[in-house]
Design a protein around this ligand. Structure first.
Ligand code: ADE
Ligand code: ZN
Length: 343
């Protein structure tokens, strides 16, 4: 019998909620700043101010967008992608759906094509060298205008086959899903899959979740933990099989609790929660750490941790053939690990 840590480490894994800009570790940030001739407001990674410091969503987003300013060239986006893939390859991650925020770059004068070319090249290399399948999800920044989101969708048109879906992120306060109903409808008509953030404990969280599933018609909600507050909403998630991408370590920073007991309740209710790293360099934890926190804070059994991973592959947007293959490999792994008890 293996212990829980190695059970998690060796499990074949997928994640569906990771922002590629959130992979910028301080060392890489300094390296990119130096090669792009950008002055950072601190001298080295050893300066405490250079570390990421925040305690809610707006202060996190300030740090994130400040970090983004070192990303300028195609090579920067390639290196960012490869930094992620090489780290998670060591964690037995085999599949990722990756968010990127084009407006965070185009508004700084970086071309949409620069971002997508660099990320795409990393995807191709990750698949051939590391055996990791990944897909890109383009997020609209919800604190920008709906018009700006439409422009981003237009810029994506030449790259339609390189982007699997659209999402919505950034500051939720005062920026409900309904603000983006038209652009999501346009994206759906073009064949993009739909997801969006409903961050934890926001003003009108429950109402935003209803809008996302009823008015927008998303297949998944990113976070969406507050769905547990309404019995009718729980029923909708179960009946319509809407996935949830929960991010335990991110939650610790942003709402001071990993909300892993909520993950346990979602599993008990028959909902489809998954565990994800969100912005792993900023929140100091990749997939294995997030699963370990969910397991220990939520008091999850090995079978429940396995169910979280089954949910991730099931709710992924890969082809049915690949999905079945991933699920078969996971089930084989779980069967070989049967009898394991959390310690
Ligand atoms: N941007 C990056 N991570 C985010 C999150 N978890 N919520 C909202 N916007 C984000
Ligand atoms: Zn997120």
């Amino acid at each position: 019998m293996r212990d829980m840590a190695s059970f998690i480490e060796q499990m074949p894994k997928a994640e569906l909620h990771m922002h590629i800009e959130g992979v910028l570790e301080p060392e890489l940030k300094f390296e990119m700043a130096a090669r792009n001739g950008i002055e950072l407001p601190y001298d080295s990674v050893d300066d405490p101010a250079a570390m990421y410091d925040f305690d809610d969503l707006p202060t996190f987003l300030d740090a994130r967008y400040e970090g983004d300013t070192v990303l300028i060239t195609e090579a920067d986006f390639y290196d960012l992608g490869m930094a992620y893939y090489s780290t998670v390859a060591r964690e037995n991650l085999v599949y990722a759906e990756i968010f990127f925020d084009p407006q965070a770059h185009t508004t700084r004068g970086v071309e949409f094509s620069t971002v997508i070319e660099g990320l795409h090249r990393a995807q191709v290399d990750a698949e051939s060298r590391l055996g990791i399948e990944s897909h890109l999800i383009m997020c609209f920044l919800r604190d920008h205008s709906a018009e700006s989101a439409h422009q981003a969708l237009e810029q994506a048109a030449p790259y339609r086959d390189r982007i699997i879906g659209v999402g919505l992120d950034s500051d939720e306060q005062g920026n409900p899903p309904s603000k983006f109903a038209d652009v999501f409808a346009a994206a759906a008509a073009e064949g993009f899959r739909l997801t969006m953030h409903c961050d934890v404990d926001q003003e009108n969280s429950v109402n935003h979740i209803w809008q996302a599933i009823d008015d927008i018609g998303v297949e998944r909600i990113d976070h969406g933990v507050n769905a547990l507050e309404e019995r009718a909403l729980i029923g909708e998630f179960v009946n319509r099989r809407i996935g949830q991408t929960v991010c335990p370590i991110s939650n610790r920073y942003v709402v001071a609790d990993s909300r892993s007991r909520d993950i346990k309740q979602m599993l008990d209710e028959g909902m489809l929660p998954t565990v994800n790293s969100d912005d792993p360099a900023y929140f100091r934890g990749y997939m294995n750490d997030n699963l370990a926190v969910a397991q220990s804070d939520g008091g999850l059994t090995a079978a429940e941790v396995g169910q979280l991973m089954r949910n991730a592959f099931t709710m992924s947007w890969t082809t049915d053939t690949r999905k079945q293959a991933y699920l078969a490999a996971l089930d084989e792994y779980l069967a070989a690990s049967a009898g394991l008890d959390p310690d």
